[in-house]
Design a protein around this ligand. Structure first.
Ligand SMILES: *Cc1c(COP(=O)(O)O)cnc(C)c1O
Length: 424
């Protein structure tokens, strides 16, 4: 077979782009060589519908062991009682949970997308908003923080069947305890989608949703630094709140509901190469090196927030507890679109983002979101964060000066060409 030069040339170009640029998109990261190798392995050739030991295909003895390792390591990492590592993505994990535990037309209560929530938490353009009846809570305009008592009040008034917590652009920690009180008050299930801060939660740097939530979903490719994918977990003290014939603490009923919701409910064959790669990333995430990494991610985010504040940028909620922050650019007279389009000219990648109570469209937006997960994988520290913000500020204050932007790009390219993508 002739080599596909077109695609491999594009892969080479993309690698170059990643090497030479400054990656501040909060949902992105760089995986290790071994995580990549597992993804690009012969396990992609195998069909394995079903679960380890219970497959619909022969020849699964080896992928069974790989998938079981992924499950066991995820359990250890999060102190979970039950895990399904098959969801192809975070969105697929959420779809499976909703298919499994609620009925079409039921009310769901999630964090407003325009305040930092996720599409799959009830947006009208997503299955979650089309099949279910979405209700939302948001942040307070003054503080940029969620008022937990208000969420409780909405739940009591509206009686949703499922309460969803977790976000794509909320820089503060979550009050899972209060949300569980709301869920208990109305007999709802509480699901935490920890796609973004999963790595910080796994290593104890944020409140633990496993103490209070019935179900936890996550992606594996953001702070967790694994392959692109999703998973669903249940905590140790899970109680079946649905009045099914399951004694308290017995996981079999709900776990089989969720397993069936993944396959055959929403997916066919699992991606065993990606599952093996997930197992590798969980092995890494359990290591001392990863602990040091994720501590540095949090420190770097605080350093980014501090440097931004010192330069007069306005951070929603005034700072960050996790790896990301949302910046309201209106006080600088800029839009998110202008910031994104200008920074990319200097090889700085961020994303434009709606801010709470935004007066601009989702295509323009008043804000930008940045995160520290990827630059920390490259080995950058707090003083580098100050340098990054100085460069961002130089570009944004000179957005119409191509010579100055080009000088910043050269500085970044020179800097990054001395920094490996994966530095551990
Ligand atoms: C990223 C994200 C997802 C979706 O993940 P995909 O793998 O892109 O489908 C779901 N929920 C939240 C909160 C996210 O941030």
């Amino acid at each position: 077979m002739q080599k596909d030069t077109a695609i491999f040339d594009l892969i080479r170009q993309e690698k170059e782009r990643q090497m030479h640029g400054l990656e501040l998109i909060a949902s992105e990261n760089f995986v290790s060589e071994q995580v990549m190798q597992a993804m690009g392995s012969e396990l992609t050739n195998k069909y394995a519908e079903g679960l380890p030991g219970k497959r619909y295909y022969g020849g699964c003895e080896i992928v069974d062991q790989a998938e079981q390792l992924a499950i066991d390591r995820a359990k250890e990492l999060f102190n979970a009682a039950w895990v399904n590592v098959q969801p192809h993505s975070g969105a697929q994990a959420n779809a499976a949970v909703m298919l499994g535990v609620i009925n079409p037309g039921d009310k769901i209560l999630g964090f407003d997308l325009s305040h930092g929530g996720h599409l799959t938490h009830g947006s009208p353009v997503n299955f979650s908003g089309k099949l279910y009846q979405p209700l939302f809570y948001g942040v307070e305009q003054e503080s940029g923080l969620i008022d937990w008592n208000k969420v409780y009040d909405i739940a009591v008034k509206e009686k949703p069947k499922l309460i969803i917590c977790g976000a794509s652009a909320y820089s503060r920690d979550w009050n899972y305890e209060r949300l569980r009180e709301a869920a208990d008050a109305v007999g709802a299930l509480l699901m935490a989608d920890i796609s973004h801060p999963a790595g910080l939660i796994a290593r104890g740097l944020l409140n633990d949703p496993f103490e209070y939530c019935h179900i936890v979903t996550t992606t594996t490719h953001k702070t967790l630094r694994g392959p692109r994918g999703g998973m669903i977990m249940m905590p140790q003290d899970f109680e079946n709140p649905w009045g099914l014939k399951t004694p308290k603490g017995d996981l079999r009923m709900m776990s089989s509901i969720l397993d069936a919701a993944v396959f055959p409910g929403t997916q066919g064959g699992p991606l065993e190469h990606v599952i093996a790669s997930k197992a590798v990333s969980f092995y890494e995430a359990l290591s001392e090196e990863y602990l040091q990494y994720i501590i540095q991610v949090q420190k770097n985010a605080k350093a980014l927030a501090k440097a931004l504040t010192e330069r007069g940028y306005q951070i929603i909620s005034g700072g960050t507890d996790n790896h990301l922050m949302l910046i309201d650019l209106r006080s600088k007279g800029l839009s998110g679109k202008l910031a994104e389009n200008t920074l990319i000219k200097a090889d700085i990648t961020i994303n434009k983002n709606m801010v709470p109570f935004d007066d601009k469209s989702p295509f323009v937006t008043s804000g930008m979101r940045i995160g520290s997960a990827a630059v920390t994988t490259r080995g950058l520290k707090e003083n580098d964060m100050e340098r990054i913000i100085a460069l961002i500020d130089e570009v944004l204050t000179n957005y119409d000066n191509d010579a100055k932007i080009s000088a910043v790009k050269q500085e970044i390219n020179a800097w990054m060409s001395n920094v490996p993508l994966f530095n551990f």
